[in-house]
Write a protein that binds this ligand. Structure first.
Ligand code: GAR
Length: 202
């Protein structure tokens, strides 16, 4: 069966990308291959991780291209060149417009660091999500992998995992626990699930 060609979109540190790379190495993503890492920032450490793993990478800067439209056009062009089947947003901190998301129905997934529908949507990204969870005083949080549509964090849920909030947690401590106990586990699993379904349909 043909492997699903995966592009991972990143903006920063790339620990979720690393989890995907490590899972692929361990043979836990047998239905897919990470063919490309795409960053919207030239300084993202995730690019180093791609390089170390020998994965092709690309940087597309909205600042340089001047508009969201030009940015998305360039991304679409690169994805076509690389024959990408599935996009995984792994810490990608830029909202994509409907004209982009419509091109990839159920072919683009995202990891979000909360149990959707809590603490999600516009403004809820990175550490802000955990700040909001602690402010609300929830005792359980977690992570969600979902399909991406035009509504930020609004697409169909694929996988979730809960994580306990502990006494004395700071946003940073909670973020790390959510990554270790949830994100790095469910992102590779959900990626394999979707890649498998796609390769079976292909
Ligand atoms: C992760 O916690 C990810 O879930 C979150 O940003 C972090 C990126 O870390 N994503 C969002 O908030 C998206 N709305 P990483 O670069 O180390 O994977």
């Amino acid at each position: 069966m043909k492997k699903t060609r995966i592009a991972v979109f990143v903006s920063g540190g790339g620990t979720n990308l690393q989890a995907l790379i490590d899972a692929e190495k361990r043979g836990e993503i047998p239905s897919g291959e990470i063919a490309l890492v795409l960053s919207n920032s030239p300084s993202a450490y995730a690019l180093e991780r791609a390089k170390t793993a020998g994965i092709k990478s690309a940087v597309v800067s909205k600042k340089e291209l001047g508009s969201q439209e030009a940015f998305e056009e360039k991304v679409v062009e690169i994805l076509a060149e690389e024959k990408i089947d599935l996009i995984v947003l792994a810490g990608f901190m830029s909202i994509l417009t409907k004209s982009f998301t419509d091109r990839f129905p159920e072919r683009m997934i995202n990891i979000h660091p909360s149990l959707i529908p809590s603490f999600c949507g516009k403004g809820y990204w990175g550490l802000h999500v955990h700040e909001a969870a602690l402010e609300k005083g929830v005792k359980v949080t977690g992570a969600t992998v979902h399909f991406v549509n035009e509504i930020p964090d609004g697409g169909k849920i694929i996988m979730q995992k809960a994580v306990d909030v502990q006494e004395g947690d700071t946003p940073e401590i909670l973020q790390r626990r959510v990554m270790e106990e949830a994100e790095w586990i469910i992102l590779p699993k959900a990626t394999e699930k979707v890649a498998k379904e796609m390769s079976e349909k292909a």
